[in-house]
Design a protein around this ligand. Structure first.
Ligand SMILES: [Zn+2]
Length: 266
């Protein structure tokens, strides 16, 4: 078990990573870690997570009541969401909430990240559920994740961001990295016009590896059905529907005229 000063040091390091990698903007995001059965360490509200110092870290109890910390800093209201996790999942010792751009884009677009696409992501975070939108700072957010945290360690928050759960700080952080990395690859494959989904057999073999390696945490089984065509736009989809799968000369002329008109205006 790590000492309190070591956990503070690790929170600062992870805050620096999530800010550096653009997983948060301004003072967004929050990190908690369990010190023991009753106490947690949390990042403060209103501070960039990339530039924290040990005196900014606050010790709270399981009801978010401050036990120790500088009077200049206060816990985020989003800690309620973290407390919900610790209440439901005694195996979880750290929770991270951030707004990584690719993962959050899926949460905004309403496209779930639940397909069997990348082996490492299937092993570590599985099918990522999306929690219904809840107003930040209220209990709505905590309530929105209640069902999902029973089955999953990585959850998208509709029109908001993501939350990851870990057996320690780095475990929770790496799940956030895996989530964002997978989201960026799926996003790019969608732009290329095709996402191949792994078969049911391959999913079974991967889930077998989870057992073999005795991986901690919980993952929901990913979906092996093909990506819906509405989520696979191609450049051809931008053309007017002429009924043919070709860009007509008329369409090219129309675009050219629009571009020339714009150049002339400038
Ligand atoms: Zn947030």
């Amino acid at each position: 078990m790590k000492q309190e000063w070591e956990l503070k040091r690790d929170i600062i390091e992870i805050g620096r990573r999530i800010w550096t990698r653009g997983y948060v903007g301004a003072n967004d995001g929050n990190i908690t870690v369990a010190l023991n059965e009753n106490e947690l360490l949390t990042t403060p509200h209103g501070v960039s997570k990339g530039f924290m110092t040990p005196e900014m870290i606050i010790k709270v109890d399981r009801n978010a009541k401050v036990i120790a910390g500088s009077s200049k800093y206060h816990p985020s209201s989003e800690v309620k969401m973290h407390l919900e996790v610790y209440k439901e999942r005694p195996d979880i010792k750290s929770v991270i909430h951030a707004h990584p751009t690719y993962a959050t884009s899926f949460a905004v677009a309403g496209i779930p990240l639940d397909k069997c696409v990348l082996p490492e992501a299937i092993l570590v975070i599985g099918a990522v559920p999306t929690a219904k939108y809840g107003l930040p700072s209220t209990m709505e957010l905590a309530e929105s994740i209640q069902e999902h945290i029973k089955h999953s360690d990585a959850i998208l928050l509709e029109n908001h961001g993501a939350i990851t759960l870990g057996t320690d700080l780095f475990d929770a952080y790496y799940k956030m990295e895996t989530l964002e990395h997978a989201a960026s690859i799926v996003w790019k494959a969608i732009q290329l016009g095709n996402v191949n989904v792994l078969s049911e057999d391959e999913r079974g073999r991967l889930l077998g590896l989870r057992e073999k390696f005795n991986l901690q945490g919980r993952v929901a089984a990913c979906d092996v059905t093909p990506m819906p065509s509405s989520e696979r736009p191609t450049t051809m989809a931008a053309a007017p529907s002429s009924g043919k799968n070709q860009i007509s000369e008329e369409y090219i002329r129309e675009i050219t005229e629009k571009v020339l008109a714009k150049i002339k205006k400038n």
